[in-house]
Design a protein around this ligand. Structure first.
Ligand SMILES: *Cc1c(COP(=O)(O)O)cnc(C)c1O
Length: 362
């Protein structure tokens, strides 16, 4: 415990220490089987139970009904950028995309390999510092689906509630950096996907929550590994799955349930973010980059008066036990990523350090 530092990394990110300790034991011998979790067959009873429990706990956490399948897939959220249009965007059809940052843009670029991608709104005019409102959104006449990015990890903005797609279109969400950080009404979505490595697991596994009727609606012939229906039919074990990642998702989901579930995760996220935003707002030195009403609870992005001072801030923070505060290489500045397992205490230490740094350099 004492030799761990505050890790503000945007992902892979913090995991709960209790989970890491349990994993350490299970690496050698899980459930008294005499075999470690990395060594079990993915077709045996131990791994079957790991998958069943991970799925059940994720369902319990977000109140996900049996109308939805839960898939544990590989290839990251980046694979979902093309898997979604490959399945649902016919060559002569249009899908609408809400463009709020770099990840949205990447999703749009992949959709264009399959059909038309209509950008229904974009916040690029002001460097993605805000989330557009319904009045700024122009849907196409008959989109197959509407895709949005619920939290913009790089720019530090977040949708406070999901957009409402036009009738007949289903909603698709890249929730890679905020899934399970607050309650979610899954029934409003057709597909929600998220890489686990920000809020609920390690890198290497992507959770896809998909409405079951969509499993049978691919618009074209696809290779096996790109068919959602095939993965669903095989319980995410059509081929060798990322067993350890699913195991960790299960452990983190259990940890969240025991802590009180997504309502508690949301309260903690609010409290963490408030400490850092309050420090920014009280400062005449640091400046938040996102519009206040679009601010992310997960990634707090801010600048100092010069790049020189930013460099010094990041280096001194590192020396004081705070790692990962450098902003994304495409935007610069600082970014404090505060996902589910990040301790409140780390935010207080950062805020204190910001005040101290300002008094010495302001
Ligand atoms: C991190 C991130 C991704 C990329 O995820 P990979 O698992 O690396 O493919 C996509 N979208 C968002 C919003 C992210 O934060």
């Amino acid at each position: 415990m004492s030799d761990r530092i505050f890790n503000f990394s945007p992902g892979p990110a913090n995991l709960p220490e209790a989970v890491l300790n349990q994993a350490q034991a299970d690496l050698l011998n899980i459930d008294g089987s005499g075999i470690g979790i990395l060594e079990h067959s993915h077709r045996g009873p131990v791994v079957n139970r790991v998958f069943d429990e991970a799925e059940a706990d994720c369902r319990a956490l977000a109140n996900i009904s049996d109308d939805y399948a839960l898939l544990f897939l590989q290839g990251g959220a980046s694979t979902q950028f093309f898997m979604v249009p490959a399945n649902f965007l016919a060559a002569d059809a249009t899908a609408d995309y809400l463009c709020t940052g770099s990840w949205s843009k990447k999703a749009i670029a992949e959709a264009k390999h399959y059909g038309a991608a209509h950008v229904a709104c974009s916040s690029q005019d002001r460097d993605f510092t805000y989330v557009p409102g319904p009045g700024q959104t122009r849907y196409s006449s008959d989109p197959a689906y509407v895709h949005f990015t619920s939290n913009n990890t790089i720019y530090g903005t977040e949708w406070s509630q999901e957009p409402t797609p036009p009738r007949d279109a289903f909603l698709v969400c890249d929730a890679s950096s905020d899934l399970f950080s607050r309650p979610i009404d899954v029934s409003r979505y057709g597909v929600v996907y998220a890489g686990a490595q920000k809020n609920f697991g390690p890198a290497g596994v992507t959770l896809v929550i998909i409405r079951r009727d969509l499993l049978e609606r691919p618009v074209r012939e696809l290779p096996s590994m790109l068919q959602y229906g095939l993965h669903a039919k095989n319980g995410s074990r059509y081929n060798t799955p990322p067993v350890f990642g699913v195991y960790l998702i299960g452990r983190v989901a259990r940890w969240m349930l025991e802590a009180g579930g997504l309502t508690v995760m949301a309260q903690r996220a609010e409290a963490r973010a408030r400490v850092v935003y309050d420090a920014i707002d009280a400062s005449s030195f640091f400046r938040g980059t996102a519009d206040p009403d679009s601010r992310s609870r997960m990634n707090v992005t801010f600048r100092a008066p010069s790049e020189e001072l930013e460099k010094r801030f990041i280096a001194e923070a590192e020396k004081n036990g705070m790692s990962g505060l450098k902003g994304h290489r495409s935007v610069g500045g600082m970014r404090a990523s505060l996902y589910n397992a990040f301790p409140q205490r780390g935010c207080e230490v950062l805020a204190e350090f910001m005040r101290d740094f300002e008094s010495r350099n302001g």
